[in-house]
Design a protein around this ligand. Sequence first.
Ligand code: GLN
Length: 366
Amino acid sequence: MKYKQRKKALILLADGTIFYGKSIGKEGTAFGEVCFNTGTTGYQEIFTDPSYFGQLMVTTNAHIGNYGTKDSEVESDSVKIAGLICKNFSFEYSRPGADRSLEAFFEDNNTLAISDVDTRGLVSYIRDNGAMNAVISTEVDNIEGLKKQLAEQPSMHGLELASKVSTKEPYFYGDENATYKIAALDIGIKKNILRNLAQRDAYIKVFPYNAKFEELEAFNPDGYFLSNGPGDPEPLVEAQEVAKEIMAKNKPLFGICLGHQVIALANGISTYKMHNGHRGINHPVKNLLTGKGEITSQNHGFAINREETEANTNIEITHVHLNDNTVAGIRVKDKNCFSVQYHPEASPGPNDSTYLFDEFIENLKK
Ligand SMILES: NC(=O)CC[C@H](N)C(=O)O
């Protein structure tokens, strides 16, 4: 392996705690909310998932970069994490079909990444003390300056980020002669959701985060979709309005993650920031309608209020997270509407939950 001279780097947490590591190449500083993903594979999909916008990602898997990157295996057109914190970074990679190294991929995306960090120590610390803002930097001699800048960063709680990652203009996905037409509101949509819908004979028109219901309706869709995405769902009042209007007209509606939270808010159920979110590819969920278990892909830091959901007689809890009993899925009883807090499109993760896309297509027929 080629020898690389690597700059010392640090991660400074908002409470003053510092961990040290080395930059993988690029020098500089990046701010974000620190979060961790326990997935053992799928780093490229994680780094390009728009839901991670504004977050510094700690990967608990000990090796990152070892199978390089592939241009077709992205969830959006660029790296969306604010920066990476990992243990071992592989500059060498081994995979016959790879297009580039992860180092080159990060260089092209101007992403700051630091390795050789005690990620076990760091993750245990965040697990105990909760999600918080942090900064990663090669400016290891400027701790006081970094502390000042860090104190000025906005909190994830209350932060609207969908507008930062949403498409600026509407676009189409799939075969225009497909059987079904779906209007999707892009509040940070992952490509694999579009792939899953298109594979099920759907033609999708994707709309910007602030599109009005009338714009979506003008596409004359068979059903509507609210996507995943970054930030706090509460400030997304335009999307909540769209959800209300879709439900008022009793049109088929499906929401994933941020979209699920928006649907809950549109039904008067509040959301809250979790101590630590769920981020990984082995989260156990029980489908309460079938009694079956699913191993799911998850990535969220907010959740919907369980007491308010239970108290709402028009909402049925359809899925529950078995680790902590948080609400993982709901159905609006008098509407053609359901949503899940996790990721049936996976990417990365297991495909146990793809049946939810089939159920949505069935709902379009009703
Ligand atoms: N993947 C998502 O859609 C995440 C939703 C929201 N940003 C959260 O953190 O809870």
